[in-house]
Unconditional design. Structure first.
Length: 151
C-alpha cells in the first residue's frame, strides 16, 4: 500500500530539502504588496537620522532612504501622499534622532520666493525594508512604465 501525502506537505518537504535561500521579492511583488518580511534582507522600524545620507522620492507612495553604509531602505507609504513628487522637499515629524514607523512626513510647499515653505498634510511612514540598488532601479523603471500606460 502506498502512502499519499497532501500536496502542501510535499511542497514543504521539497522546499526544506532544497536548502535554497529565498530570493528577494521581484518588482511586481513589491508593487502588488505581495511580500512578507522574510522576502526582504532586513526590516527595521526606525532609521537613525544621522545615518541617512540621501532620500530619493520615487513617486507619491515610494521613498528610498540611503544610509552612509550604502544601504537602501524602501518605505512604501500605506496610501498616496498628497503633493509628494521626486523633486519634493520633506519635513519629518520625529522623536529623538530617528525616523520611525508611524512618524509623519510632510511635503514642504513653496508658496512664494523668499518665504518659508508651508508644510503639507501629514503622511504616515511604514516600516523600512532593505532593498538592493538593482531593486531600486527595477522599481523606478516599473513605476515609469506604469505612469506611461493609458488608463
Amino acid at each position: 500500500m502506498t502512502e499519499r501525502w497532501p500536496a502542501y506537505l510535499l511542497l514543504a518537504v521539497i522546499a526544506g530539502a532544497s536548502g535554497a535561500a529565498e530570493a528577494p521579492p521581484s518588482v511586481d511583488d513589491i508593487l502588488a504588496g505581495n511580500t512578507n518580511d522574510g522576502g526582504y534582507a532586513k526590516t527595521q522600524h526606525c532609521l537613525r537620522l544621522d545615518s541617512i545620507s540621501r532620500t530619493r522620492i520615487l513617486n507619491d507612495r515610494y521613498v528610498v532612504f540611503e544610509t552612509g553604509r550604502s544601504e537602501r531602505w524602501l518605505a512604501k507609504l500605506p496610501q498616496k501622499c498628497p503633493m509628494l513628487r521626486p523633486d519634493s522637499k520633506l519635513e519629518f515629524d520625529t522623536r529623538d534622532s530617528r525616523v520611525c514607523q508611524w512618524d509623519e512626513v510632510r511635503v514642504l510647499i513653496e508658496t512664494s520666493p523668499g518665504r518659508f515653505p508651508t508644510p503639507g498634510p501629514p503622511c504616515q511612514l511604514p516600516e523600512f525594508h532593505q532593498i538592493s540598488q538593482q531593486q531600486v532601479d527595477a522599481l523606478r523603471e516599473a513605476l515609469k512604465l506604469a505612469r506611461n500606460q493609458p488608463n
